[in-house]
Design a protein. Sequence first.
Length: 268
Amino acid sequence: MRPRRLRRYVCIATLLAVGPLAGCSSSDDSAEPTRTESSSGRPSDESGSPKASAPAFATPAECGGLQLKGDATFAGPALSKCLVAAMNAYGSGTESVQSGEESGTSQFVFGDEPALSGSMTGPEGEKAFVFKGDDEWIKTPGLGKWVKGDKNSTDPQEQIVAATGKLYRALADPAMTAQMIASAPEWTVERERPVISLDNGEDVTAWRIVNKKPYTFLGSEVREHILWFGDDFTPYGGQAESRAAGVLATTTQRFYDLGEPVTIEPPE
């Protein structure tokens, strides 16, 4: 990997720290869907009727103190606790990611041993990654092979893989995601309820919750952070506009097939 590509890769990994949100509490029936949003963040066809997301799960006790309704305000730390409990309840799933010219799909496992496996593809080709336990592997067009990260290694490639892997773990570890959400002191539930188009073909009615002020996470300034979640407290993803290493970018995630079994093994 050349230094320029590595710098861009690490920046993208930082931006991908946009975490999923699990909705917390009872819904406000007075708010109706007002528009649609595709997985790219652009308006989508409104002709289809939204389908309920499945499987549903019981609301975690950690979410009981939060009321989901238009104009409600949540404290970051309280929302973080709800997030950890809700994502652990599902345990696994699939996500799509769009960040600038890069896009990809990955499967993830939450819990005591988080894991993530997938790839991002852009102008420079495909970057594949596998993270399991405390280990991380990354494969890029420049390397042409899997490299296992080691922060104590004398090999620069192994050091960079280790550092970049820690950033990507923000996607797989609900504890890390919770830290990001907690970094914003206050979040507000909007009255507008879009219909989100997921990559598995589902159209789901979502609640939007946004940060009230910009905040900093892992050295990145997060200007606008939108989180989407459903009446049944299913996380649908998020979108953040962030500045890292002087680069401004928007990253969007969509989560689907939550609760479906996922097995992630180290690359051979």
